[in-house]
Design a protein around this ligand. Structure first.
Ligand code: PGA
Length: 258
């Protein structure tokens, strides 16, 4: 399986000029590599501009989409429009959308199914709110397995086993996003094993093995090897550090060594 290095630019940069500049720094540093797939997820408004500039070696994702393919849905962007623009991936259920836009697991499930129907690949984000805390007897509450288990079950409801190979699951503990407080490789590995166990329960072992699981939350060039090598992740989802072109290229270079 090739490793996935995903850059989630969120609501940045704020002008097309800056966006093109960032993209050019990244494009210069990335060579076509069958072991690593680099996926850039810029704001919607820049997607078509950047897709027109690409010389190879990069693929594109959107940061969200609607669950219908077309029609009277003011302000929404459909999976079919993204597919026809040249996207291959869509981030779905990012914690910032769950938090600020009140996206529910039911909405996320509809989006996942619509994305798959358009032959795009969803990058489904799951993750717990706080680091594990302990109850009064000192027993861990294990918020990770409770929250992540429930999100996966609800978000993938009625998704057939045959489509799991097209799904990327991004384990993104909310407490690690944008905080510089990254998850230990041990905990990331535990979460990844738990996600495969959940998929095995919902489908079966061979199906669970086919999903790609990546880690996201304060990834940078100094800690990326902990996830790619240490936690045996299928890749990383990079937010803040993907806005610095040379830092993102470094993350890519380090990941291509494994
Ligand atoms: P971060 O964001 O790398 O800035 O923590 C990751 C994400 O939210 O996808």
């Amino acid at each position: 399986m090739s490793k996935l290095i995903i850059g989630n630019w969120k609501c940045n940069p704020t002008s097309l000029n800056e966006t093109k500049h960032l993209f050019e720094v990244i494009q210069r540093g990335i060579v076509k590599n069958k072991n690593v797939e680099v996926i850039i997820c810029p704001p919607f408004i820049y997607l078509a501009h950047l897709i027109a500039l690409v010389k190879g070696g990069l693929t594109f994702g959107a940061q969200d989409c609607f669950w219908e393919q077309k029609g009277a849905f003011t302000g929404e962007i459909s999976p079919l429009e993204l597919k026809n623009t040249g996207c291959q991936y869509v981030i779905i259920g990012h914690s910032e959308r769950r938090k600020y836009l009140q996206e529910t697991d039911e909405m996320i499930n509809k989006k996942i199914k619509a994305v798959l129907k358009s032959r795009l690949k969803p990058i489904l984000c799951v993750g717990e709110e706080t680091r594990d805390t302990f109850n009064s007897e000192g027993k861990p509450l294990n918020e990770m397995s409770l929250m992540v288990g429930e999100q996966i079950e609800k978000d993938l409801a009625n998704v057939s086993a045959a489509r799991i190979r097209d799904i990327v699951i991004a384990y993104e503990p909310i407490w690690a996003i944008g905080t510089g407080n990254s998850c230990s490789s041990d905990d990331a590995m535990k979460a990844s094993l738990f996600i495969r166990k959940t998929l095995t329960k919902l489908y079966d072992r061979p199906t669970a093995e086919k999903a790609k699981i990546v880690y996201g939350g304060s990834v940078n060039s100094k800690n990326v090897n902990e996830y790619i090598k240490g936690a045996n992740m299928d890749g990383v989802l990079v937010g803040g550090a993907s806005l610095n072109g040379s830092e993102f290229v470094k993350i890519y270079e380090i990941s291509s060594r494994f």
